[in-house]
Design a protein around this ligand. Structure first.
Ligand SMILES: Cc1cc2nc3c(=O)[nH]c(=O)nc-3n(C[C@H](O)[C@H](O)[C@H](O)COP(=O)(O)OP(=O)(O)OC[C@H]3O[C@@H](n4cnc5c(N)ncnc54)[C@H](O)[C@@H]3O)c2cc1C
Length: 338
């Protein structure tokens, strides 16, 4: 049976650095341990699966059984002339997985370098950055279904991926413990350099002959310069999703706010950077006590030391209200409030 501790501090286990205690806490190292979960007295408290804690905001003690996913490892399953199929444990660190691929010339995840968190959380919100999403390389997700008490393997299509979304945030929310993911990576790279400042950074780096290592390095350099390091200032990256609005709505907004940025999507929608709207509402650099909005990134809410999760949650509501009031757009949180 899993060793279970009580009253465990989660402060070192969430990138916001919020103090909160787990009523029960266990580390999950092997997927077989899930089969006997129900026999544990802590099961009655309800489960909360924790990865790297980089997409959650803890607003108080967690009165549940926190299952910290530590199932590690990366294995080569199969390869042909074009592709390689890799298995990775859900508890493996995402960036280590990316570096593993980059070092071996397996292309597809280099644009997702330096995203904090674990492999198992990548399918949950279909992590994405610089024009690439996890769904582009995910072949299969294996999870333990708490309702059926069985292991299930979902194909990419079964996962119903969307923008920062999947079935694991929908109908399977709270029901699936992801134990591993199979990725299909390319031996013949297709470079994605048109998003963000990747091209400019490659120029600064003096790159003439492009490789996935160069792209990964460029992304690491850009992210390190742009995003606050959670080791220094507590944060969970982008707090809100970028809203997608019908093109006609975007044109109306553009007539009213000529500088509003917009990125055309497939179909008839345009993505508007939430950070731009938050900045227009005057929130960028806002600070109260130990919490606020980052001075350079309006999309990132921060804990300067001893902030309370509840204060940051309240601030997020105020920000959503002011964006709604000014632009008529309802922002959605990307970070999960616990
Ligand atoms: C500085 C910074 C930059 C970031 N940049 C990006 C970015 O560019 N793009 C992006 O998409 N995200 C970004 N994020 C958000 C975050 O890194 C990702 O969402 C990441 O996938 C979260 O992983 P985690 O292991 O920390 O998940 P956690 O925060 O531990 O958990 C998040 C949710 O997933 C659930 N969960 C975690 N693991 C499992 C599992 N094995 N089975 C079932 N449920 C599970 C948890 O219960 C919780 O609901 C950033 C965060 C930070 C701090």
């Amino acid at each position: 049976m899993l060793q279970t501790l009580t009253h465990v501090s989660l402060r070192p286990r969430n990138t916001f650095g919020m103090e909160a205690f787990a009523e029960y806490y266990s580390e999950l190292n092997r997927e077989e341990e899930l089969r006997s979960l129900k026999d544990n007295p802590a099961y009655g408290a309800g489960l909360f699966v924790l990865g790297g804690g980089s997409n959650i905001l803890l607003t108080g003690d967690v009165p549940h059984w926190v299952l910290h996913n530590k199932i590690g490892g990366i294995d080569l399953l199969q390869e042909d002339d074009e592709y390689v199929w890799l298995w990775a444990g859900a508890g493996a660190v995402w960036h280590s997985f990316v570096l593993y691929c980059v070092e071996r010339g397996y292309a597809g995840v280099e644009n997702l370098s330096l995203i904090p968190g674990t492999v198992g959380a990548a399918p949950i919100q279909n992590i994405g950055a610089y024009g690439v999403e996890a769904k582009d390389v995910i072949e299969e997700v294996r999870f333990f279904d708490l309702e059926q008490q069985t292991f299930r393997n979902f194909t990419q299509a079964d996962c119903r991926f969307g923008y920062r979304d999947s079935i694991f945030k929908g109908t399977l929310k709270g029901r699936a413990v992801i134990t591993s993911v199979v990725f299909r990576l390319n031996k013949i790279p297709r470079f994605h350099t048109s998003y963000g400042n990747i091209r400019q950074e490659l120029d600064v780096m003096g790159v003439t002959e492009l490789s996935i290592k160069h792209i990964s390095d460029a992304v690491i350099r850009i992210r390190s310069a742009k995003l606050p390091d959670p080791e220094k200032i507590g944060n969970a990256g982008s707090f809100f999703k970028n809203p997608e609005v019908p093109n006609a709505r975007y044109e109306q907004l553009k007539a009213q706010y000529p500088t509003i940025p917009g990125f055309p999507l497939e179909g008839d929608h345009t993505k508007i950077p939430a950070g731009w709207m938050i900045e227009q509402c005057g929130w960028k650099g806002y600070r109260e006590d130990d919490y606020g909005v980052h001075k350079d990134q309006a999309l990132v809410l921060v804990n300067y030391g001893n902030a309370k999760g509840a204060d940051i949650a309240t601030l997020s509501v105020k920000i959503m209200d002011s964006v709604k009031h000014r632009f008529g757009i309802q922002l959605e949180r990307e970070v999960q409030i616990i």
